[in-house]
Design a protein around this ligand. Structure first.
Ligand code: SAH
Ligand code: SF4
Length: 390
């Protein structure tokens, strides 16, 4: 059986080279070919000896997920629907802005966490994505967007793990894929430009802090446990007090590491301590995401409660106008309610942005990543039964 080279981060690639009796230092060279040059075949790795190419060709391939649909909205937002087998689709969205290009990457097929307002959550859970399927989304986007590292053309400057799925529920594969994103020899992204969004899986937030402290966004969505229990059911397991404590532990890592502004070219092999500095510390704040649901969590009282909840934690807020979907049972807050909510947070001294809705024509907005999942939990069926009985 051949292996998929996209499945390997550097240590895994080195281990695999050793297992086939090749020199581990070749691993770095091959990582550069796969991710920096974006080659599709081993035959294109021209600085490997012919013998090595032949033995690699027999044992390995470069296998990204198949593109089923590739659409571009008038505002430039581009969405790929990718086939990951067994009738399952995942989506990747590229959002170009003046000074940056952000790629929104999926981590699972569906999601098991059942947040009340999320269309992915409604579809149920099928399976975790592999490392190759996760990094393959960046690999594909780079190729499609014409990235050329040789001339410094890098359309994807930022990655957000905010597509389908809960990234911390697929911890090992997500961390490996993010390691590849940060590797100087591949995509060379700084930790500040890779953001993981979680609904609040507390023990894994600590693990992430220790393993790979990238920028962290936390989906808060409610200022008290009673409401959050309903909107984000995982809150029943790790309530707000525990979640906020984990956020504090996370930002502490940032103050222990020097800061960085992503400026300047990176030398090929900086010493370890310099590398840490150059790669950039994780941001020394948490970004709280807060979906704006009309009449549910969007009053000035909620905003004041939120201010009290976070206290002196170093954080920013990103208010997300709810993206409706069929039978959602929620409505988007009015623009006035959003402004009022934002005003309370800003007055209390918190930087608060309101997410622009982008790519609506192609269902490209975050939380809209539809497509039928082969639901192993049979959630849709259960729901139907409930409806029939009531
Ligand atoms: N599972 C992770 C990351 C994926 S969801 C998480 O929950 O954080 C990315 C963001 O989109 C989360 O903040 C999520 O709560 C939000 N979201 C989900 N459904 C949405 C919807 N219908 N409208 C607006 N935002 C939504
Ligand atoms: Fe899963 Fe995030 Fe959707 Fe909740 S909001 S169901 S955690 S993808």
């Amino acid at each position: 059986m051949t292996v998929n080279l996209l499945d390997f981060d550097l240590p895994a690639m080195e281990a695999w080279f050793a297992s086939i009796g090749e020199k581990p230092f070749r691993a770095r060279q091959v990582m550069r070919w796969v991710h920096r040059a974006g080659v599709t075949g081993i035959g294109q790795m021209t600085d490997l000896s012919r013998g090595l190419r032949e033995s690699l060709e027999a044992a390995a391939q470069i296998l990204p997920p198949a593109v089923k649909l590739d659409s571009v909205a008038p505002d430039g937002t581009r969405k790929w629907l990718l086939d990951v087998g067994a009738g399952n689709g995942i989506e990747t969205v590229f959002i170009p802005e003046a000074a940056r290009g952000t790629l929104c990457i999926s981590s699972q097929v569906g999601c098991a966490l059942e947040c009340a307002f999320c269309s992915t959550g409604r579809q149920g859970f099928s399976r975790n994505l592999s490392v190759g399927e996760i990094i393959g989304q960046l690999w594909l986007a780079n190729r499609a967007l014409g990235a050329d590292h040789a001339v410094g053309h890098r359309p994807v400057t930022n990655v957000v793990m905010m597509g389908m799925g809960e990234p911390l529920a697929n911890f090992d594969a997500v961390v490996s894929a993010m390691r590849i994103m940060l590797d100087d020899h591949t995509y060379g992204m700084s930790r500040r430009r890779v953001t993981l969004s979680t609904s609040g899986m507390v023990p894994w937030m600590d693990r992430l802090r220790d393993a790979l402290p990238v920028s962290l966004a936390v989906s808060l969505h409610a200022p008290n446990d009673e409401l959050r229990d309903r909107l984000v059911p995982i809150n029943r397991k790790w309530p707000l007090k525990e979640l906020l404590a984990a956020c504090r532990r996370y930002v502490e890592v940032a103050s222990a590491a020097p800061d960085d502004d992503d400026a300047g070219a990176e030398p090929e092999s900086p010493p370890r301590h310099v590398k840490w500095q150059r790669q950039g510390a994780p941001r020394d704040f948490i970004t709280f995401e807060y979906v704006m649901l009309r009449g549910v969590n969007d009053t000035a009282v909620h905003a004041h409660q939120l201010v009290g909840l976070v206290g002196d934690l170093s954080c920013k807020f990103n208010l997300i106008p709810f993206n409706p979907f069929p039978d959602a049972g929620f409505e988007r807050s009015t623009p006035e309610a959003i402004l009022r909510f934002q005003g309370v947070l800003m007055e209390a001294g918190f930087v608060t942005t309101v997410r622009k809705t982008r790519g609506q024509e192609i269902d490209g907005a975050c939380g809209q990543l539809a497509g039928q999942v082969q639901d192993r939990t049979r959630r849709a069926q259960r729901r139907e039964q409930v409806v029939v009985r009531s």
